[in-house]
Ligand binder design. Structure first.
Ligand SMILES: C[S@@+](CC[C@H](N)C(=O)[O-])C[C@H]1O[C@@H](n2cnc3c(N)ncnc32)[C@H](O)[C@@H]1O
Length: 206
């Protein structure tokens, strides 16, 4: 089955956040990459497929300007409810990230994707995603990915995945981006199953 809005709304309607197979209460690995970017706290961060991630609360608490995307309005509504009075400070973009982002999304300093890109399995969708990266990430901006690697799980949330090596991410981003760092991290999901991820940090150089 292809990733779609009804599927994800159903998951977020029927599952407590702490039971989601990708839930993490300490986004330490993403922060490890983010902390290599000078002054990220004072920049605009775009999170495609943000889901109900706790990373949002951490980034907001640090003072960053946030734009949150998800295909699931249910997920975004959960975050709005959780953040309460803080939610008006955020830009909310409910759409398929494979489709062109409009002018409501300004050029951004940092693009942060954890476990979203790998759900796009059609070549057209993957190309659409990377066109968005190219059109929205500023020169000298950064792109952070945490995706399932080639030896990782072939499915998540009942969906087939396109898993990524560092080399394929380098190739997909193209010459305009330079790889700063990559590392492997095995996340233990709430069911106690190990889920290997590859983490990467890129800088836009052209
Ligand atoms: C595995 S979850 C990860 C959520 C969050 N990034 C995190 O780390 O907790 C995948 C997220 O991507 C969203 N998603 C899936 N396909 C999408 C698409 N085509 N466009 C935008 N969001 C999508 C889902 O609704 C879900 O919130």
């Amino acid at each position: 089955m292809k990733s779609n809005r009804e599927h994800w709304n159903g998951i977020f309607r029927n599952t407590a956040d702490e039971k989601l197979g990708w839930y993490e209460n300490d986004p330490a690995q993403m922060l490890r990459l983010l902390n290599q970017i000078p002054d990220w706290e004072n920049s605009t961060l775009f999170l495609p497929g943000a889901g109900t991630s706790i990373l949002v609360d951490v980034l907001l608490g640090a003072g960053a300007n946030l734009m949150l995307n998800d295909i699931s309005q249910t997920a975004l509504d959960h975050v709005k409810e959780r953040l309460g009075d803080l939610s008006p400070a955020i830009g909310w973009i409910c759409q398929d990230i494979a489709q062109p982002l409009g002018i409501a999304v300004p050029p951004v300093d940092v693009w942060i994707d954890r476990a979203v890109l790998h759900f796009l399995t059609d070549e057209d969708d993957i190309q659409g995603y990377f066109k968005n990266v190219l059109s929205k990430v500023k020169l000298c901006g950064h792109v952070l990915f945490a995706e399932f690697p080639p030896h990782g799980s072939a499915k998540c949330a009942g969906l087939d995945l396109h898993r990524y090596s560092v080399e394929e991410l380098v190739e997909k981003l193209g010459d305009g981006f330079s790889l700063i760092e990559s590392f492997d991290h095995t996340y233990m999901n709430p069911a106690g199953d190990p889920r290997p991820y590859i983490y990467t940090l890129f800088e836009r150089v052209a």
